[in-house]
Design a binder for this molecule. Structure first.
Ligand code: SF4
Length: 326
């Protein structure tokens, strides 16, 4: 008997897959990679889901969901959570994809690490039921961590898995999960906070601004949103300020010289990028930001060079923050 388990790399999804695997079920992990993934491992070029399946000794299918995710973030049918996280729509999409994969793989059911009452938006009992219904998976998802608090799923009713061996965890405390992890030797797992940038208040603010100002944003815009300080200038165009050499390089790479760039004369300090058609006033505002985020912040006047396509020049400005920081 085969089952597919959604593996985020977090503690709950690993334990859920484990609890099914030890019942003799062949478990295949699935991981959905969104443009908003931000676990600790990803920051260092790793992947928490890969670490998890290594521990579980199961295979992993990784599915990128970039463009579809953007569509949902722009216009979620079931709204946002506390940040700009459209969790209900996102889960429905993931389960729909998992359902397709389940049929392709000849698996009998799906496994989720969801815990009743753990997350305000998507893990309330009523919402869990809604998501199952909307994705056409009624009864087909086993949730080993909270199974005893939920109506029996089809695999439990049919005896494909032993319901009595599952748990009845509810709420946000992770005590039971941590004890179980220790018991089975699972020592490395990410902290519960993080994982998705859309739940981060700062990123959500920038994302909201992007939706308001650029309805047709792309995956590249999301990558830019992850870098630097962002300002909305008085004219409405956006200024992005690199926070270090690495971010300056990333910005140059992502924008490939298509935007107006500014930097203190001599090239030391933040690179400022102005997105879109910019006026003299925008260049002056961008230059003030470049001067402010350089070693010349205390100077009365600073020389800043700018480049915009074929044109380039130099302006003298007073260092200072301009526009509204996002
Ligand atoms: S936290 Fe992010 S990835 Fe997770 S369900 Fe919500 S929107 Fe999707």
């Amino acid at each position: 008997m085969k089952a597919l388990a959604l593996i985020s790399g977090g503690l709950d999804s690993s334990l859920a897959a484990y609890l099914v695997k030890i019942q003799g079920i062949e478990v295949i992990g699935i991981n959905f990679r969104t443009p908003f993934c931000c676990c600790e491992a990803a920051k260092h070029g790793g992947c928490a889901a890969k670490d998890a399946v290594k521990f579980l000794k199961i295979s992993l299918r990784m599915l990128p969901i970039g463009e579809e995710m953007l569509g949902i973030v722009k216009n979620p049918r079931f709204g946002y959570g506390q940040g700009l996280n459209p969790c209900i729509d996102c889960k429905i999409m993931m389960w729909e994809k998992a359902k397709k994969l389940m049929e392709e793989e000849g698996a009998k059911f799906l496994v989720s690490g969801e815990v009743v009452g753990q997350r305000p938006m998507s893990q309330r009992r009523r919402i869990i039921e809604l998501i199952e219904k909307e994705s056409g998976l009624e009864g087909k998802i086993v949730r080993p961590l909270s199974a005893k608090l939920l109506p029996p799923s089809l695999p439990e009713k049919e005896g494909w898995v032993r319901r009595e061996d599952f748990l009845k965890i509810e709420g946000r405390s992770r005590k039971v999960q941590m004890a179980l992890a220790q018991e089975i030797g699972l020592t490395h797992y990410p902290s519960p906070a993080g994982g998705c940038l859309l739940t981060d208040p700062g990123f959500s603010r920038r994302m909201k601004d992007l939706i308001e100002h650029k309805g047709d944003f792309s995956l590249k815009d999301i990558e830019v949103l992850k870098i630097g300080r962002h300002f909305r200038l008085d004219s409405g165009i956006k200024a992005i300020v690199g926070r270090n050499e690495e971010e300056n390089k990333k910005l140059e790479f992502l924008l490939q010289g298509k935007e107006c760039t500014l930097q203190v004369k001599g090239g030391k300090g933040a690179l400022v990028v102005l997105e879109g058609e910019c006026s003299e006033k925008d260049i002056s505002d961008g230059a003030s930001l470049a001067a402010f985020y350089s070693a010349h912040r205390q100077d009365k006047e600073v020389e800043v060079t700018w480049k915009n396509g074929e044109s380039e020049g130099l302006v003298r400005v007073e260092p200072g923050k301009r526009g509204r920081m996002l």
